[in-house]
Design a protein around this ligand. Structure first.
Ligand code: HEC
Length: 136
C-alpha cells in the first residue's frame, strides 16, 4: 500500500510539474488544437476529410519539406531542403516565414504549449503509413 501511495504522490507531482512547464507536448491536446487551427487546410489522418488546401500532414515528422506528391507547393517550400523534425516544426509553427521565406502558409501559433501539443500529435502518426490520395 505504501508503494501505491508513493507512486500516486510521484504521479501528482509529475502532473503538477507538467502543468507548470508546457514543454512536453500532449498528443491528445494536440489533436484538439489541430482540429481548431489546422484542419481547415490539412489532413492528418487517412480518414480525415478536411478540405485539401494544404498538404497531407500524416507522417510529416521525419519527412522532407515540400515532398508530398499530391500537393502543388510553392517553389520556396519545394527547394527549402529541410527535413521536418520537432525543433524545426516548432520554429515553423511560430513563424513559417522565418523557416521557409516565401511559404504560402499564413498561420502563426504563438503559444509554445500549443506548438508542443501539435508536434506531439503529428509525431504520433507513423511516417510509414501510406499517404492517401486527396479527396476530390
Ligand atoms: C489557411 C490554410 C492553412 C492553415 C490553417 C494551416 N496551414 Fe499548414 N500549410 C498550408 C499551405 C498552403 C502549406 C504549403 C505551403 C507552401 O507550399 O509554401 C502548408 C504547409 C505546412 C507544412 C509543411 C508540410 C510539408 O509537406 O512540407 C506543415 C508542417 C504545416 N503546414 C503545418 C500546419 C499546422 C500544424 C497547422 C495548424 C497549426 C497549419 N499548418 C495550418 C496551409 C495552411
Amino acid at each position: 500500500m505504501k508503494t501505491v501511495s508513493l507512486l500516486t504522490a510521484a504521479l501528482s507531482l509529475w502532473a503538477f510539474t507538467a502543468a507548470a512547464d508546457p514543454a512536453p507536448g500532449d498528443a491528445v491536446r494536440g489533436a484538439a488544437v489541430f482540429k481548431a487551427q489546422c484542419a481547415a487546410c490539412h489532413f492528418a489522418k487517412e480518414t480525415d476529410k478536411s478540405p485539401p488546401i494544404g498538404p497531407q500532414l500524416l507522417g510529416v515528422v521525419g519527412r522532407k519539406a515540400g515532398s508530398w506528391d499530391h500537393f502543388a507547393y510553392t517553389p520556396a517550400m519545394k527547394k527549402a531542403g529541410h527535413v521536418w523534425d520537432a525543433k524545426l516544426l516548432d520554429r515553423y509553427l511560430e513563424n513559417p516565414y522565418s523557416v521557409v521565406p516565401g511559404a504560402a502558409m499564413g498561420l502563426l501559433v504563438p503559444s509554445p504549449s500549443h506548438r508542443a501539443d501539435l508536434i506531439a500529435y503529428l509525431s504520433s502518426n507513423p511516417a510509414e503509413l501510406k499517404q492517401p490520395e486527396r479527396a476530390q
